[in-house]
Design a protein around this ligand. Sequence first.
Ligand SMILES: *[C@@H]1O[C@H](CO)[C@@H](O)[C@H](O)[C@H]1NC(C)=O
Ligand SMILES: *[C@@H]1O[C@H](CO)[C@@H](O)[C@H](O)[C@H]1NC(C)=O
Ligand SMILES: *[C@@H]1O[C@H](CO)[C@@H](O)[C@H](O)[C@H]1NC(C)=O
Ligand SMILES: *[C@@H]1O[C@H](CO)[C@@H](O)[C@H](O)[C@H]1NC(C)=O
Ligand SMILES: *[C@@H]1O[C@H](CO)[C@@H](O)[C@H](O)[C@H]1NC(C)=O
Length: 369
Amino acid sequence: MAPRAVWSSCVPLTIAIITVACWLRTACCQAVQAENVTVLEGGTAQISCRLQNYDGSIVVIQNPRRQTLFFNGTRALKDERFQMVLFTPRLVRITLTNVSVLDEGGYFCQLYTAATHHQVATLSVLVPPEVPSVEVKQVAVEGGEVELICVSPRSKPAASLRWVRNSREIPGAVSRQDNGKTFSVSNTIHVPVERKDNGAALSCEATHPALGGQKRIRHYRLDVYFAPTVRILPPSGILREGDSLSLTCSVTGNPLPRDIQWSRINDTLPERAEISGPTFQISRLSQTHNGTYLCQAQNDYGRAADHYSLLVYDPGAVVETHSAVPYAVIGGVLAFLVFTIICVLIITIWCSVRQKGSYRTREPILAWY
Ligand SMILES: *[C@@H]1O[C@H](CO)[C@@H](O)[C@H](O)[C@H]1NC(C)=O
Ligand SMILES: *[C@@H]1O[C@H](CO)[C@@H](O)[C@H](O)[C@H]1NC(C)=O
Ligand SMILES: *[C@@H]1O[C@H](CO)[C@@H](O)[C@H](O)[C@H]1NC(C)=O
Ligand SMILES: *[C@@H]1O[C@H](CO)[C@@H](O)[C@H](O)[C@H]1NC(C)=O
Ligand SMILES: *[C@@H]1O[C@H](CO)[C@@H](O)[C@H](O)[C@H]1NC(C)=O
């Protein structure tokens, strides 16, 4: 009797357990999983919802404002950027093209069953910085200081900016402004400038997680204004009557002076003088051309001058003062030539002696063959 009673109570219990288990499997263990997504602005985001034990329940996808984008595969919101690309019992996937920072937030994957399941896929949007720009408030004048501001107006998260000169970082003042979804960043430096810094290369580098290890670089060349310098390149040797004179005035300055003035101290320029910018020529010299000639130039930052004293000698005059230098030069060149010839001779003799020696050592080896 006892075993039969056990049997009769056991069967309904087993059936009940199996029924509950089956119900749990379909109702309770149906689930949805969402994955977080990070995408560049303007790119395409894939939002995926993984389904488990899908039994045909309604799947709803909502945007961060909880507007329904798709109701079980059917478009609900009129935004063509969203497309349903996959709807299988395991995976529901939508894409969002031309992503903007305003699309950021949690996308809801919702499964309507006896117990409603939902998961949130967080969409993050990165905005890489453009090549930064450089702002200069005032021109750089020698002896002063220039303020350079590197600006990256839009990035997310905030880009890092650094100033670099000769591969070394120039420390600056960094400021960051939050413009809602994106940041504007600037880095300000103060550089003391001398005329040797004119044309010096600086660069401002932007780095950002969305750029990987790459940098967006703005190159900048310092433009340093300075007063002119003037130097007359004199002719070599002495000048006699009938010779021609050619002077060149070498001018620097930033900006480069446009006008170069030639004059003669306490006198007027000779009629035969030909002037063309930095060159000054007199074709047939006479002693009346004796005098001091001046080359002058100026820009907004100053003026400068150099002078040349012209002495015109008789065609027959014997002049020693200037000729000493060429003789010294010729003497030096001759001495150098003699020295070189002696060296070459010594090397030649030494080499021929060595070669003879090496022939001698080779002789026994040749004898083997
Ligand atoms: C997804 O992003 C949210 C918000 O940033 C975070 O709380 C959650 O842990 C992330 N989930 C996963 C699976 O990384
Ligand atoms: C929802 O869509 C899926 C896939 O198209 C379908 O199998 C299922 O029957 C739909 N469910 C309802 C309640 O319409
Ligand atoms: C992408 O979106 C921006 C605004 O967010 C818009 O100005 C631009 O025209 C869009 N581009 C395309 C290809 O749809
Ligand atoms: C120019 O003339 C003045 C006065 O006549 C004189 O003092 C000065 O030395 C002269 N300069 C030159 C370079 O000859
Ligand atoms: C010009 O200079 C030369 C050299 O000093 C001198 O011999 C000559 O007398 C000068 N001529 C005049 C006109 O001053």
